[in-house]
Design a protein around this ligand. Sequence first.
Ligand code: SF4
Length: 357
Amino acid sequence: MQTAIATQDYRLPPERVPETLVETLSRDERDEYIHQLKQLLREQNAVLVAHYYTDPDLQLLADETGGYVSDSLDMARFGHESDADTLIVCGVRFMGETAKILNPEKRVLMPDLQADCSLDLGCPIDEFNAFCNLYPDHTVVVYANTSAAVKARADWMVTSGSAVDVVRYLVDNGEKILWAPDRYLGEYVQEQSGADMVLWQGSCIVHEEFKGRELAELKQQYPEARVLVHPESPAPVIAQADVVSSTTGIIKAAGELEADTFIVATDRGIFYKMQQAAPHKTFIEAPTAGRGATCKSCGHCPWMAMNSLTKLLAILKSGENEIVVDEDIIERARLPIKRLLDFAARRKQAIYGNNDA
Ligand code: SF4
């Protein structure tokens, strides 16, 4: 089968990528903030749902207050099952939107509304719509890392853990696929499924920085290590993986595989949960271009890093930063998400916990 590539490059240029700034608090400040946050969450019947890539203190706070740490769809699912009135989403904007789409009756707040994603930013709805119009006979499949408006234009939404299965199912039904926005995940899905696909040319600025040649050198230093790779990474990195999987799959593999040492090609925020899953094992970051080169993200997402205890405290006090999604968009965006959930239910497959970033 063939893969057609959209000619325009939608990877985010470096000048649109913010610096990765991680909050530093004194021990006393941190403890005081956490104390206040626990009280405010209780008083407001609010629950904290945090992504694996956020600061360990936020993940810890979610764990200790009856909240949840996972990936975006699972975060939204948890919010739906929770009887909290307010969901506080520590992650990036499309995660807040997905939480709102699946929980329109709830208030959804985020610590920083500027926390975005290069995949989402690199797929503006007007241009995406025009791209879809060029291929009216293709089924439009989008990754979870897209805006609500882009989801509303799609036939299917998929996660990194479900993408291959869904596309194989569509291929079996004779469908051609328009894929967006991540080019590397699209290439991986195409290679695994043999689908006839056209690919939008976006990328994750964090995973794109992992380097194949440097990874090969690191493997020589640690020949016993197993390599765990997220499929948003470039093909030369994926080619060296022992396991290619979603965030949840990577954490699971760390716990289940017999190796003691792992080289991990995804955002280093995941190490918090990996160390919980396998406390006696060693995790090494896969090599990136390095701070002196073009890499601003260097293994940690600058938008995920915008979530902090200070900002969380501020929005719980002010009630600001509410996620608002147009009702019409909510209705339309729910359809491709529901298709995925129904597909998973038919296959008795766990889609929750298989999503990405
Ligand atoms: S790590 Fe990549 S895919 Fe995840 S939010 Fe950041 S830019 Fe987007």
